[in-house]
Ligand binder design. Structure first.
Ligand SMILES: [Ca+2]
Length: 154
């Protein structure tokens, strides 16, 4: 099981910066699908209008196309996003699964990504200080990223 704990200085949040974690390690089932980035704490106050900026990036790091049929993203408390059954990623391709609804305009060009899926929630999902996101396909865990900004460094 992969576990990443991100430790940050709590005062940084007051500066209005967004928080994210970039993960890089082999996936746990050899499918090539990995969580490669999580933006769990967006810049500014959490509102329904910026919930789309909260996002999880999944990439196919394998050499063959990977279907995400039957795949889910789940937070620590069990809120679950289900990928569309027809969705797949070519080798090297990635998708951002955004918590909120698609904005009419995206001036920030968030992540500059052409491929986004929207959970269409009206509220933010992932804890701004600690939480986790788990990628499962067909009931098997492929990847997990956790963060805890208040963790004490070992
Ligand atoms: Ca959040």
């Amino acid at each position: 099981m992969k576990k990443i704990v991100l430790t940050l200085v709590g005062g940084i949040a007051a500066l209005g910066l967004s928080f994210g974690v970039t993960a890089a390690s082999a996936d746990e089932q050899g499918t090539g699908l990995q969580i490669v980035r999580v933006d769990y704490n967006v810049k500014g106050v959490d509102t329904s209008a910026n919930a789309y900026q909260e996002s999880v990036r999944v990439q196919n790091k394998g050499a063959t196309p990977a279907s995400l049929a039957g795949c889910t993203l789940e937070d620590l408390t069990g809120h679950t996003y289900h990928f569309p059954a027809s969705f797949s990623l070519a080798p090297g391709a990635y998708v951002n699964v955004r918590t909120g609804k698609s904005p009419s305009t995206d001036p920030a060009n968030w992540w500059n990504s052409p491929v986004n899926l929207y959970w269409n929630r009206t509220s933010h999902m992932y804890g701004n200080s600690s939480d986790s996101v788990t990628l499962e396909c067909g009931g098997s865990r492929l990847d997990r990223v956790a963060w805890n900004d208040f963790a004490i460094r070992p």
